[in-house]
Design a protein around this ligand. Structure first.
Ligand code: GUN
Ligand code: FE
Length: 480
């Protein structure tokens, strides 16, 4: 690891497990020039900061110290495990439709516009900029079916410094004439070309690279058997290549899928038959999976992207996240723009909470023995986990990101809940003036309260800095 280049001192929130997180009001954290966390001391009194730095061999002269103010805290950046960059211009339109009509009437016409590379360049720049400023440090992006425009998306992400997976949609049927790939061969050729391009963006020294390719069969409905077979070959030849697709989102979609693939018993069975369910597969939605399908997903160790805003907005249903967690399935959050109407993971957190409460209200039977999450409102710790470490697990990068530990990279947010944050009016007015109970317990309680209010009523105005791999890339105080 390279030498320490920056020290952070102040309040830190650090996710640990699905049911716990650390609340550290006086943490001292050192980041190396490589962007990795060099060391971390959980509780250091103000008067002992200099001594601690000296013990660690750091002097004021050689490192920059960033001291957080009261009402500011550091937390890991958000992981968005499922979104569609070319659909951002559509947010807020077409709420009257369910999935299949929404795709035909709203989504495909917008995505088709990305054949124009100038349009793609201008749009993707503002889209990625906005998603970074919302606090998403890792994002799993669907592009369009266009290889060249999706290269533009990958280049943009790379230039702006976000961590991401970027894929082009494979779709050669059940799509309009103006927006469909002409053949399975053309789909695969463009995919392999994009994968090569994205891998060429990374300097050979950065491991893992910030931007990675991801195989993106849009959903089973949009891929012929022949295309699925070819995708299977691409995946089998490249086990490290991540895969993303949609699964079991909407009842009509499921029915149509089973008609198209009559030899498969289930929706999950279709993907499994083509070798597309593996540990680095991200399955978006999973609203209506049968118990058997959930077991298959668990056996293959694939991850689920929970997209509650979209599931409500397109009237798809409520995903049984508690049950998925009880089964030990990996779960992260996805904004699924523009099925979801917000590119902010904070909105996904809020709707994940509401979704779990809807299920809890509908659960007629008392909790089953051994169930920890099913039928209950998800606690703050679980929501925080899904938005950070859970997402990292779904992307198979939990060894690098999702929480703070020595050797992990510093992908982080500085959150500001002070009244000078220009955040939601009236919410934080008293943050600085509140009487602080200056015991460790009092400070922890206060910080816990800041976190909860940020998660439920904060927005991008409260995110003053966004870091990826130790590099400051966004937030309200970032100069663009
Ligand atoms: N299924 C296939 N394509 C899409 C899409 O763009 N959004 C959502 N939510 N579901 C899909
Ligand atoms: Fe989607």
């Amino acid at each position: 690891m390279s030498a320490v280049s920056k020290i952070y001192y102040g309040a830190v929130i650090n996710p640990e497990t699905l049911t716990s997180y650390q609340v550290l009001p006086r943490c001292l954290l050192a980041v190396a020039a490589s962007g990795e966390i060099a060391w971390l001391v959980e509780d250091v009194e103000d008067s002992l900061v200099q001594d601690t730095l000296a013990q660690k061999g750091c002097t004021d002269a050689d490192v920059e110290i960033f001291a957080l103010k009261h009402g500011e805290f550091i937390m890991p950046g958000f992981v968005d495990t499922h979104t569609h960059a070319p659909q951002v211009p559509n947010i807020g339109s077409g709420q009257q439709y369910e999935l299949l009509d929404w795709l035909q009437n709203v989504t495909f016409p917008m995505e088709a516009k990305f054949s124009d590379l100038e349009f793609a360049r201008a749009t993707y720049k503002s889209v990625v900029r906005r998603i970074i400023d919302y606090g998403t440090t890792t994002c799993c992006y669907y592009g369009t079916l266009h290889g060249e425009a999706t290269k533009v998306l990958a280049n943009t992400v790379n230039e702006l410094g976000q961590r991401a997976f970027v894929g082009k949609c494979n779709m050669n049927r059940n799509s309009p004439d103006y927006y469909v790939e002409p053949s399975p061969e053309a789909s695969i050729d463009a995919t392999l070309d994009l994968i090569k391009h994205i891998r060429s963006l990374a300097p050979s020294t950065s491991s893992p690279p910030l931007v990675q390719p991801i195989l993106t069969p849009r959903f089973a409905i949009s891929c012929t058997d022949e295309l699925m077979e070819k995708l299977q070959k691409v995946a089998a030849a490249d086990p490290s290549l991540a895969i993303q697709t949609h699964i079991s989102e909407n009842r009509s979609e499921i029915e149509f899928t089973l008609e198209l693939f009559p030899s498969s018993k289930s929706y999950a069975g279709v993907y499994d038959r083509y070798g597309l369910l593996r540990d680095n597969t991200i399955l978006a939605h999973a609203v209506h999976l049968s118990d058997e399908e959930k077991e298959l997903v668990k056996t293959r160790d694939s991850g689920i992207s929970h997209c509650p805003t979209s599931n409500f907005n397109l009237s798809s249903g409520v995903a049984p996240v508690g049950d998925l967690l009880d089964r030990g399935i990996k779960v992260g959050l996805g904004t699924d723009v523009s099925g979801g109407f917000s590119p902010s993971i904070l909105t996904a957190i809020q709707h994940a909470s509401i979704a779990s409460k809807v299920i809890a209200l509908q659960s007629a039977t008392p909790l089953q023995q051994g169930s920890k999450f099913a039928g209950q409102a998800l606690p703050i710790a679980t929501l925080l986990y899904l938005a950070t470490l859970g997402g990292a697990q779904v992307c198979c990068i939990e060894k690098q990101i999702g929480s703070f530990a020595v050797g992990k990279t510093f992908d982080a947010l500085v959150v500001n809940v002070r009244s000078d944050s220009n955040g939601p009016p009236g919410l934080w007015g008293t943050a600085q003036s509140m009487p602080v109970d200056d015991t460790s317990e009092g400070r922890r309680k206060e910080l816990d309260g800041f976190l909860e209010r940020f998660m439920f009523c904060g927005d991008d105005r409260n995110i003053s800095r966004v870091y990826v791999q130790g590099r400051w890339i966004g937030g309200t105080s970032f100069r663009h």
